[in-house]
Design a protein around this ligand. Structure first.
Ligand SMILES: Nc1ncnc2c1ncn2[C@@H]1O[C@H](COP(=O)(O)OP(=O)(O)OP(=O)(O)O)[C@@H](O)[C@H]1O
Ligand SMILES: [Mg+2]
Length: 316
């Protein structure tokens, strides 16, 4: 079962497509990192999922049902742009206003529940305007969690957070998925942080999904490489290229071999060609480098480009 399945979704503003035939698949239980440069259509896609905008065309299914289905809409919580809180009101009062809007049966109990999830059970009385940025972002997540949704859609909730704010946010998001059975879509430009928690990624460009992959696929298919330095770099590179298929020089002055190979084989091979290595190490491509490569049309880590996850996921 997928939490979200989008096919050929489009949305234009004044004749310009913000979302252009976009496909997206988010399995239940995922933390789906939604990535793309400014103006690529992330927020618009999220607004369409949440019913804040009406699409020009295409299909959005949430938990197997059309996204307009009232039974499924109540399962979706969102934090898009900002939480829309009143600065002079307390954290509790702000949540109460939202709980009343949502017509929740036991608002006090529900507010206590979500404050606990976002690690703010002791901050209920603080005025919103006195909260740190990290707290404000977590209040937004608490808002999204009111009513116990099974899918939450978060637009850039980790921008601008300090190290501690990031750490708490990571814990909260992992907790929401692992212990509260919620699926999370999170757009972000903070790729180094995103890759610590995301289980799936979707990369959007010009309103189209250009790659979707699981964190494992990213890890196994393209991330590990052997990096080395030798005296005559161009000859070393030429020799390596006769045996290995993915040999490149990086900006830091290392030759990288992306083939699945143990460093000892490379050392032996170069030694047999009279080349002595001055340094050799194994390293990994981070999400950020992968993303930049993809945006630049590079193929140094042969991404798994596809528009949706495996059919196995879909049939579950
Ligand atoms: N309400 C609107 N009216 C007109 N154009 C819009 C509107 N909303 C979005 N757009 C345009 O649609 C495109 C996609 O915008 P969107 O906000 O979805 O991108 P984004 O990926 O979220 O960008 P960012 O990383 O800056 O948040 C942009 O060109 C934007 O200017
Ligand atoms: Mg945006």
């Amino acid at each position: 079962m997928n939490a979200i399945e989008i096919r050929n979704l489009s949305k234009s503003f004044r004749g310009m497509y913000a979302v252009d035939n976009l496909n997206m698949t988010v399995p239940v239980g995922a933390i789906y990192g939604f990535i793309g440069e400014n103006g690529s259509g992330k927020s618009t896609t999220e607004k369409l999922i949440c019913g804040h905008l009406v699409p020009d065309g295409g299909e959005i299914k949430l938990f197997g049902r059309d996204y307009t289905d009232a039974g499924v809409r109540v399962r979706v919580g969102a934090l898009i742009e900002n939480a829309g809180c009143f600065p002079g009101s307390s954290v509790y009062q702000n949540l109460m206003m939202q709980a009343i809007n949502l017509n929740l049966e036991n608002p006090d109990e529900e507010i206590r529940r979500v404050l606990k999830i976002v690690r703010m059970e002791d901050s209920a009385k603080i005025k919103f305007k006195s909260c740190s940025l990290g707290m404000k972002q977590r209040i937004g997540i608490a808002m999204a969690l009111l009513g116990n949704p099974t899918l939450i859609v978060l637009d850039e909730p980790i921008n601008g957070l300090d190290a501690d704010g990031m750490r708490i946010m990571r814990e909260v998001l992992v907790d929401i998925t692992s212990n509260y059975g919620c699926t999370v879509v999170i757009s972000s430009h903070v790729l180094g942080e995103l890759e610590k928690i995301a289980t799936h990624y979707g990369i959007v460009r010009g309103g189209k999904m250009i790659a979707e992959m699981t964190a494992e696929e990213l890890e196994t298919s393209c991330r590990t490489y052997v990096a080395l330095q030798a005296k005559d770099m161009s000859r070393t590179k030429a020799i390596l290229s006769t045996k290995y298929s993915r040999v490149e020089e990086d900006e830091a002055g290392y030759i990288r071999v992306y083939d699945k190979v143990i460093p000892e084989d490379i050392v032996n091979y170069l030694y047999s060609n009279d080349i002595l290595i001055s340094e050799i190490k194994t390293d990994k491509i981070g999400l950020e480098e992968y993303y930049i490569n993809l945006m630049n049309g590079g193929n140094s880590c042969a991404p798994t480009r596809r528009s949706h996850f495996s059919s196995k996921n879909k049939e579950e």
